[in-house]
Design a protein around this ligand. Structure first.
Ligand code: HEC
Length: 147
């Protein structure tokens, strides 16, 4: 029992020393840093934060362009509504709703070239010849969103 308690004492003393040494190494470091901080640190700290935040704004531009393209496509489609319906449901002209962008654009290019697709192509050709390639892309993308 005596040997054990002696060992315990030694162990406690050692851990106490180690603990103190550990504290002794850590504690002074903080006060020194803290003491220096108010006078010198503020400048170096700010630049470290800024570069991390910088890359983000570059990606924000895209959604605005998508919205702009949709609005432009809707404008072009305003001239088509009378024959194809506000939702592309069809009327004088065939139903456009549910067709893919590629299909719509391809057909519009055929009409634009003055070629016939169906028996009523003569009604559609004058409308398509007024469209630029960009108009065709935009209006096709818009029509494909109609439900
Ligand atoms: C004067 C009425 C009229 C207007 C305005 C009109 N269209 Fe048409 N459109 C038609 C008719 C009729 C057809 C069918 C032509 C045929 O027989 O090939 C047609 C066909 C189409 C087709 C092919 C559909 C299919 O499934 O074969 C597309 C795409 C189309 N129109 C898009 C448009 C767009 C886009 C506009 C506006 C820029 C427009 N049309 C304006 C009457 C019209």
């Amino acid at each position: 029992m005596k040997t054990q308690s002696k060992l315990l004492m030694v162990a406690l003393a050692l851990s106490g020393v180690l603990g103190l040494t550990a504290c002794g190494q850590e504690e002074p470091a903080k006060p020194v840093a803290a003491a220096n901080t108010p006078a010198q640190a503020p400048a170096p700290v700010a630049p470290v934060v800024a570069p991390v935040a910088a890359p983000e704004p570059a990606k924000v531009a895209a959604p605005a362009e998508v919205v702009k393209a949709e609005v432009m496509g809707e404008k072009v489609y305003a001239t088509c509504v009378g024959c194809h319906g506000a939702a592309g449901e069809g009327g004088v002209g065939p139903k456009l709703q549910g067709q893919t962008v590629a299909d719509l654009a391809q057909k519009l290019q055929v009409y634009k070239a003055g070629k016939e697709i169906g028996p009523m192509s003569s009604m559609m050709i004058p409308n398509a010849t007024q469209l630029s390639d960009q108009d065709i892309t935009l209006v096709s993308e818009y029509i494909a969103t109609l439900k």
